[in-house]
Design a protein around this ligand. Structure first.
Ligand SMILES: [Mn+2]
Length: 254
């Protein structure tokens, strides 16, 4: 396994955020990790499918523009993925932060919007039923394409994990910490609700599916409660709240 086995894909709508986060990652700056940027997509599935079509790398890394991969990240990821290949050869999807079947979270990521590290130091690879979409790793030994009928820019990670599980493959949270230089999501109306309703129909037989935001279920309460919880959060400002490298050092990620 080497760096050429990896391809990094990002959907971008803000070049300042990209430059201050993902494109600033040392593995990207050095050219070791190839970054493909997709702009102007209608939905995330379309963006990522466009990105996947540009590469035959064995492992596709799909990351938010506001994710920073700390110094040495690719080497750690290669080590963890090689171990997963041996221990769980049926794996198809992985990421740094996910949710177990019982709804509990597992992973490790510094979230700038929340202002602290989320998760656990030193956890073993853990089976999950959904992943935070900040970073998704897809093993490309099958012909997975994102479902472009899933609207907007939400829940595509949950859809990916559930598709893998339905195919009899496994999905994991692994310890590959990153900085999510995020801004709090102010509203779950609009695009989020559309994507949520789509998922309730598509995965009717698998419900409830816990996610990092609200459990996907026919019961209207979890989503309503999550919307209410966010009622005072102001709209995103479109600029970074922190310096990615400073945060990575504070987190002792580099
Ligand atoms: Mn993000």
């Amino acid at each position: 396994m080497n760096a050429d086995d990896f391809s990094l894909i990002a959907a971008v709508n803000n070049d300042e955020i990209l430059a201050g986060c993902l494109a600033r990652s040392p593995d990207v700056v050095s050219g070791r990790l190839n970054l493909t940027v997709i702009r102007g997509a209608r939905c995330m599935a379309e963006a990522y499918n466009e990105g996947l079509a540009t590469t035959r790398a064995k492992y596709a890394l799909m990351a938010h523009q506001d994710v920073y991969l700390p110094q040495g990240w690719l080497d750690i990821a290669m080590e963890k993925i090689a171990a997963l290949n041996v221990a769980h050869p049926d794996w198809m999807v992985a990421g740094p932060y996910g949710v177990r079947k019982d709804g509990s979270h597992i992973g490790r990521v510094w979230d700038v919007g929340i202002g602290r590290e989320l998760g656990t130091v030193g956890f073993a690879p853990t089976p999950i039923v959904s992943l935070d979409e900040l970073l998704l790793i897809l093993r490309r030994d099958c012909d997975y394409r994102f479902d472009e009928t899933l609207p907007d820019f939400h829940l595509y990670g949950t859809d990916l994990v559930q598709t893998g599980l339905q195919m009899g493959r496994s999905a994991w949270a692994i310890e590959i910490p990153v900085v999510h230089n995020s801004q709090p999501v102010a509203t779950l109306n609009g695009g989020y609700t559309q994507a949520y309703r789509f998922m309730v129909k598509k995965w009717a037989k698998a419900l409830p599916i816990p996610t990092t935001v609200a459990s996907v279920t026919r019961n209207p309460i979890p989503l309503a409660l999550e919307k209410w919880r966010r009622r005072h959060i102001p709209a995103r400002k479109g600029r970074l709240l922190a310096d990615s490298v400073e945060v990575a050092r504070l987190a002792r990620y580099e």
